[in-house]
Design a protein. Structure first.
Lengths: 484, 484, 484, 484
């Protein structure tokens, strides 16, 4: 199952900058670097001499900003950008972020990465009070809460609103006087602060975007923190003290760029360690180690290194195909595997191939990939997954909202092995995953959220509680089993 | 001043249909017929099996709906469409109508032609109570009032809201269960009801759109009326009894199609009569009568008929240029006159030309047009305008919001004559205009609004009162004078 | 049958300029003015500092040159432009003109209006000698003949080639050193020379384009003439002396703009006279005279004037629809009549309408138009056609290549009257047409080509001879009959 | 110097199929797989029921064929496709291939990969005889030669023409009765034959495209061979016997896909061996080995394997940027390096990095890449190039037409080391390259063309001879030197 062809969707990337003479251009480049976090749509709001201006649309950053004017009209000293993949809410233009709210006396832009667990309840309450939403996304709830807050100042209203929303979130707000950024009390979604050589301050989803725009890393926004940046500088404060670190482990496994650091841990190196741990936990009688390009190459290197088997590029990925995520149907998704990946016959023919992938979601593409190797003459295929079996939904911002489609939630390891047609199958253990990332923390699960593997969620689930219970009642898989 | 190149903007056309198996297609064709009422943008909301769906964008109907899918996705048994030219609010996609409001439990589409005089005040009040607007147009105010109304039913809430907005308006609302249409208490903006052969009921801006879709005219929506159409049929009721007919006279002079009837009066015939009256009030020593194509040809025919002078097509209009309105700057507007109109030298050379135009707004294009005729050898040009001098702003939906740009508000007839370079200049009188239209009514001004000619407004002006007073204080033109 | 919705296609307009600092822009504006002569595609070749450069494509001039760069890249002191409607050859990009031939040591642009009667024979001969054509149009033949001519100079080669092609043509060629223009020995297709205030010389299809770019008319290019324009000025010479004027009468009837003069005769005034003659030849018991907008309004004015009946605008044409010609199928053509034209019920209801159209081609749209008037309540419809019945194909550049589709070639006047559903039907006589145009000439048919009405062709027909004979053998209509 | 951001352009990929019910779709997928061979434009000619039809344009295959109709209109049982990067000839639409020649009695499509060394001479001769070229590319010469050949049959004419053109070429021609394919006498450019499960025969540039469409490899087209495929099957014959194998070595070094085999040698494995040889020839005191993604990863794996140093992914390539080749200017090319590649700070900081790249062209991007690593904290950078220094132009189809831009042609190894800012620099030797590929052959240079490294060309250079001599006279670099 190739990482780039799996149906596991990060929902967003955010990038805000304040106090930079090239704010719009910097944001454009930053979004480009965060493109892997969402390909459905993109948008930038620029703080221009004429106030906040927005350009947005469906497609990649390069498509939405294909015309130079689309960017030059946003020029100013601050900007906020967003790349989106839909989690909650449908494919309508109104959902492309940043949302821009134009009030009689001011304008506010809002961008969000994550998922709010109580958005449905809050929206229903707000609508009952006369509120009209312009999007169908959960994001907009925050703005209504803010505008209805009885607090005396904008910042106090924002804190008030942040304390009412639950779940995983990294919010950024841009007004004509400040850039605000806040992370949920568990720090599910990453957010980092950096600084450009000319002083401009940046808050964005990943450090890779800081590097791309020549900015220096300053800090990770911690759980429950609100960052405020104005012409007077940056302040960081807690909007709540009820925090507990639980960084989304899938950021390390699959989502984040290998050249990013999250809470000080480099993603590439964490993946290499996952591969090393996997080799120790799940050794294989193979001749060569092959990773699924591109996201599983790191784990494959680790597996090869720890096992002593030669590392080979037995699969080739086309340079000219983007992630399948933009293709809506399952049928198209399956068809496109062979357009994206091909086996190097000379490498795999007659070999016992240890195939390393970072994760399995639906299993459909993994089945095709194994077939691809067998068609190319592989004698055996030993599939090793550098993360535990994905068995439970995520409610904090990853697009796994039901167990129905999850391969590992519906089949035992032995059944999966049979369906995949592999000669052996092994997953990394939860403990192995936690040790590989090794966040230096005393928090549960070493500061990671591993709920999709264990079914144990760090927070109340609000709107989703009943759904989860119904799903779990149907689940009879032994969640400890990791190999066959 | 060619009608098609003047800067007098009708702001909208609306077209709703209920109970028709081809609702989306019918609406598409209807909007196409109403295209003259707005070229900035267009949109249609269709009541589909999957609920209300919207497609909209900047440009002409043919541009917005260039892809077949854009229309087929809207197929169902009811639809609401809109063509827009901006009056209040800027050129942002959020302002393209119909607005579509998606609530947790329902969706409502809203389309509007007109201008609300108390929208600014109402919006400020609503925002202070926490309301968030998704557009910058005055239209949206109605929805917020409706949603916050304490009334027990949707229709009661709508009536409540309609009684709070002032000005000129023709509103249509589409829900999954009904189509609603309402006209302001003065009937400034036209709205008619018709029926398709298969029973579908239509409410739209002009009867020409009824004809285009094969529908039979049923009635004009009267001032203060609310029309409700459901699967059970149509009801018409008064949401207010404080009404007084004052149909926008510019609909007859310039805006409406010649093949439309407004309150029973055919627009083409009204224009011919304006030309006839003009010939009697303002005779000219000319050899031929030439109208500015295309909107002034009717009045020119009337002038020729009453004066006995030969009617000639001395000006030719290019088939391949749309109205200038879509071009933003004054510079472009002027340049484009010669791309649109040309003189027939063989017709006008050596002749005393009586040039008939329907109105003068800024005067800039009229100046060029006179020059065009002189360049082609016209010996004399006698300009006759088939409406009174435009000297006051309109607050009910025509884009004349300031007297600064109005030629006739800043110069006397003699000054205009000199600036235009014409040999004589004459306007139709207000009385002549009223008698030409001859609405069969006992209302003031025979049921017409002639405020842009007289400065006497049929309603309070709310948000605009102070502005108007300031402007009028600068105005020293004799508003009775009509020729030189 | 509305002029703008009939399937009678002019195939091209040409516009060349030499010695003008704004050559590309002037050509762009000129083509825009000639847009009525072809809407399938457009192109301009500019003589730039970097040599001849071309931009071309399918669609209207405004569509092909939608991006400013498309024009600015062509800037220089000379240019050649073309608007095309397909006669010979299919809808492939290679056929869009000007054709640009890039040789090792030079480049030549070629544009053409007309049709060559011996192109098929010549092409077969040339291909047998190894020639490779890049288009499927007849135009390209000229270039191959030129390049293979044994003559010593470019001009001598061009004359050599011009003497080998037969039929109707107005050619323009642009090289880096000169602009050439030539008209066929009968002058079927119009071509005029004018001069810009700054000295630039223009050769184009119609005088209206000269007016549009502020140029003064100098002369019509006469049959058999070759015009050469270089930095040293203009020379005019005869490439053949075997000439006989036979201007395409359909230019006067329908194709040309009313503000153009052809060989000194204004098109609008010729049409008014056709209407006047028609009224005398074919009087009608009517109440009002209505012309089909826009091309038949001139004739209707003439008819009304001569008959004394009131002239009314009983039909309205939408401003927002281009000619149907761009729509390929007959089905679409018919459907679009009601999108383009509508009747003014208040004008025609209960009236005996004298409907004046300039010509009838297939008859299908005329049938719909009569129905439109009857649906709007017309008591009687008396159709009067301001040209004789079209019964024979044209081989000189009008897209009537077969009699099969010609209404008047397949039915008697009485049959047509029945099929059209009109109360009477009358055509202008050939003599009436000739007298209306009144070219001051001693040539046959007063210098007009009336072959499509009479079947008598001014030249040999070469490739088309056998086809014509076969068609004529099936034709049993009395070609003298003009009314019923 | 990242492989994907270097200015070394393969000029084309070709893909023809005969006898397949999904010919157009198969060709589309095949071209997609060959996209790396050219991104300027793409085209497909399909043999449809209505004859040969073409669709083509600028851009990637996915862009040119963005609309489903663009492909469905080409459906039939045979097709010929092409992806292009410009070598000879400019960026005009006429140069996009396959060229389609429409004759009176037949049509022929022509596609070409390579460069003809005597095209200029041949074209001048042909033009002197009256030939008119529709493109400015060398490809078209073949068709003119063919059409002017006195031979009695098409195939004999084709052989005649093939014997007159010199240089490197892989030609494919499609007619309504056959698909032809031919390779130059040295086999510079690759061409392979395969078969689809349903019998359809394919001739294309690389075996990877065979795999992508589910076809089985049959054979490489050998130097001087002509393959003819009709409904009666395939014949292979020699059009010349004066052949000598000299496969372009840059196909192995950089151009071809790693999953392709050329004359039996897998490209990935050849690259791994180049890396291994490089490690032995040019060892380095490093801590880690990093390859430039993606094309140099294979060589880096080989280097790491042979040196025993750990292989790390120290550079990350963005998934969302295509090759720079589509960007025209040097300025843009440089700017885009950081948009495409970023260093993994945690991996390289404090390390002595052995950076492996496949080749150096201009050196500009290599300089930036070294800087990227140093900025990320690399203590030392030891650059190892898995091919010999590129010092001479290629005239057989790679876009190196002058030594002026070649880094290694203008500087000694020591000078390059200084300019690059690396701590050491080493290239693979020519012998090492030849041994790595190890084509099993007795031909000179083991069957490879290594002229760009040695200046010794396997053929006469015709039109380019004098240029080369002039360039070489300025070259004073020691071509044996490979490290510093």
């Amino acid at each position: 199952m190739p990482a780039e062809v799996k149906s596991l969707n990060e929902e967003c990337g955010v990038f805000g900058v304040w106090g930079d003479p090239h704010a719009a251009e910097v944001t454009h480049l930053g979004l480009h670097t965060l493109q892997h976090r969402g390909q459905e749509g993109a948008g930038i709001v620029g703080k221009t001499a004429a106030g906040l201006r927005r350009h947005y649309g469906f497609g990649l950053v390069s498509e939405v900003f294909a015309q130079p004017e689309s960017l030059t009209q946003l020029r100013g000293t601050a900007a906020l950008g967003h790349v989106r993949y839909a989690t909650a809410g449908g494919r309508i233009l109104e959902n492309i972020q940043p949302l821009l709210f134009r009030f009689t006396d001011e304008a506010i832009a809002l961008a969000h990465n994550g998922n709010l667990t109580n958005a449905i309840t809050l929206r229903a309450q707000l609508e009952a009070e006369g509120a009209i939403f312009q999007s169908t996304s959960d994001t907009e709830v925050l703005m209504h809460l803010l505008r209805r807050s009885p607090q005396p100042t904008f910042k106090a209203q924002l804190k008030d609103a942040l304390n009412q929303v639950h779940g995983g979130f990294a919010f950024e707000l841009l007004t004509e006087t400040a850039l605000y950024a806040a992370v949920d009390p568990n720090g599910f979604r990453p957010l980092v602060v950096g600084q450009r050589p000319d002083g401009g301050l940046i808050v964005c989803s990943e450090t890779a975007a800081l590097n791309a725009v020549g900015a220096t890393y300053l800090r990770d926004v911690q759980p429950g923190q609100l960052v405020t940046i104005t012409d007077d500088g940056m302040t960081v404060e807690a909007y709540t003290t009820r925090t507990q670190l639980a960084v989304c482990s899938m950021e390390f496994v699959y989502f984040a760029r290998p050249d990013s650091e999250i809470h000080g841990v480099n993603v590439y190196q964490a993946r290499v360690k996952m591969g090393e741990k996997l080799a120790k936990e799940q050794p294989a009688n193979g001749d060569i180690v092959v990773g699924v390009p591109n996201s599983s190459l790191s784990a494959a290197i680790g597996y090869a290194r720890a096992s002593g088997l030669p590392y080979e590029l037995g699969l080739v990925k086309s340079q000219y195909v983007a992630r399948t995520f933009i293709q809506p149907t399952q049928a198209l998704r399956e068809k496109s595997v062979r357009m994206k990946l091909s086996a190097v016959r000379a490498v795999v023919a007659g070999k016992r191939v240890v195939l390393v992938d970072d994760s399995i979601v639906r299993g459909t593409t993994a089945i095709q990939l194994v077939q691809l190797l067998k068609d190319a003459g592989a004698k055996e295929v030993h599939l090793r997954i550098a993360s535990p079996p994905l068995r439970f939904p995520c409610f904090y911002g990853i697009d796994i909202q039901t167990t129905k489609e999850l391969f590992a939630a519906n089949y035992s390891i032995a059944e999966m092995k049979a369906k995949l047609g592999v000669d052996s199958l092994g997953f990394l253990s939860v403990q192995g995953l936690e040790d590989s990332v090794a966040l230096n923390t005393t928090a549960p699960n070493r500061g990671l959220c591993v709920a999709y593997f264990t079914g144990v969620y760090p927070t109340e689930l609000d709107d989703y509680t009943s759904n989860l219970q119904r799903e779990l009642s149907h689940l009879s898989i032994n969640v400890k089993e990791v190999s066959a």
